[in-house]
Design a protein around this ligand. Structure first.
Ligand code: G3I
Length: 358
């Protein structure tokens, strides 16, 4: 009798074991098997670097898996849009922090840092501002009030601000914006001084695209921030956006040299908005994903090799919510998780770099 029971129990265990293996093989390893222990966030912590992602308010509110992957894999979030001028300051005498507060609360609940993006830009300006025909004195007051109100609202909650974004244009000169036209070039120094007065502990960054390696635009950015340092403006770092594609990623040696010369100025560097377009690549999707992974690997490797490169931030993290298809009107897959939040070769490449010994 005893033998019969043992035999039946063995058969039951065997059946359950085989069934479980079949389920896992058929359905794939469940997402939750990506444990926090081996996440980018935990690996980055061991390397003393912040790893972040830009966050869109709608998927944050509506997609539990978006929230799960964001909190598990990243130690910092950047407001992709909701901290831009027109979203926070829709009317001259009205601010609306609702969406931005949702992001900041999520970060606090998940022990994440927040990068504020962005206080002064030429885009996403509300109509009351662009059509107000304000005098220089009026615009100075508006900009000062905006910076004091926004930075003050998030005092102690935002560890780094993109104070001025893309102030250098594609002609390698100061961009001809409402700020430059009406106030003059001093708008940049003033914006940093006001942000520092509003939150003396926040790290203040100048952020740009197209100047990640070496070249005329990179030199224009370097010369701008060197002047600010020489004038004693409270600037702490430069944001290199790193919006690149398979065919135009800057040479890593140039990125390293660029980061190094900011170190010589006493400035930190954040990679602030990395994504790697594949639409202009050739070959199979697998070949393009492998090439994409190499670029992510190389750029994180450069950042890790420079003590003043303190943060590595992606512009989103899942291909399902990337700005690129909307902006380019072409399909793309520029980020490290696919549309179904499955890790791509680029994700594994970043993990490999973070696991390498220093
Ligand atoms: O959410 C509003 C919606 O309520 C409104 O009806 C609609 C029409 O006005 O606009 C919607 O906002 C859109 C926003 O994305 C949120 O989806 C804006 O139109 C659209 O212009 C905005 O695009 C963003 C773009 O910056 C311009 O702000 C992209 O998502 C964002 O990824 C992109 O990010 C920029 C960085 O801030 C700076 N560096 C370059 C980077 C890529 O362009």
């Amino acid at each position: 009798m005893l033998r019969l029971i043992k035999h039946r129990r063995f058969k039951t265990f065997l059946f359950l074991g085989v069934t479980t293996v079949l389920i896992v093989l058929l359905l794939g390893i469940p997402k939750s098997s990506h444990t926090a222990m081996t996440s980018l966030r935990s690996l980055a912590q061991n390397r003393e670097i912040v790893i972040g992602a830009a966050v869109a308010i709608n998927p944050l509110r509506n997609e539990p898996v978006y929230r799960e992957v964001l909190a598990r894999e990243f130690s910092s979030l950047t407001a992709e849009n909701v901290m831009k001028f027109r979203f926070l300051h829709p009317e001259r005498d009205r601010y609306d922090f609702t969406d931005a507060d949702t992001l900041v609360t999520f970060a606090e609940d998940n022990n994440m840092k927040v990068r504020g993006h962005t206080l002064v830009w030429h885009l996403e300006l509300p109509q009351w501002l662009t059509e107000g025909n304000f005098t220089r004195q009026q615009l100075l007051q508006i900009l000062r009030d905006h910076i004091y109100t926004v930075v003050g609202h998030y005092r102690g909650k935002v560890f780094a601000w993109d104070v001025v974004n893309e102030g250098i244009g594609d002609n390698n000169q100061l961009r001809d914006t409402i700020w430059l036209k009406v106030i003059g070039p001093e708008y940049i120094d003033l914006a940093f001084r006001w942000a520092h007065e509003a939150d003396p502990k926040a790290r203040l960054f100048y952020n740009n695209y197209g100047g990640e390696g070496l070249g005329e635009k990179s030199d224009a950015i370097y010369n701008l921030v060197r002047g600010m340092v020489e004038r004693g403006v409270p600037i702490h770092g430069v944001g290199l956006q790193m919006h690149v594609g398979l065919n135009n990623a800057p040479p890593t040696a140039d990125v390293a040299a660029n980061i190094q010369r900011f170190a010589a100025l006493g400035l930190d560097v954040h990679i602030t908005e990395m994504d790697v377009k594949i639409q202009d690549g050739t070959g199979t999707q697998a070949e393009r994903f492998a090439a994409q992974a190499k670029i992510y690997r190389d750029m994180l490797g450069v950042c890790l090799s420079k003590r003043n490169c303190k943060a590595f931030v992606l512009w989103g993290f899942t291909d399902k919510h990337s700005w690129i298809p909307w902006f380019t009107k072409k399909p793309d897959a520029a980020l490290i998780f696919d549309r179904f939040y499955r890790p791509k070769p680029a994700y594994n490449a970043l993990r490999e770099v973070l696991m390498q010994q220093r």
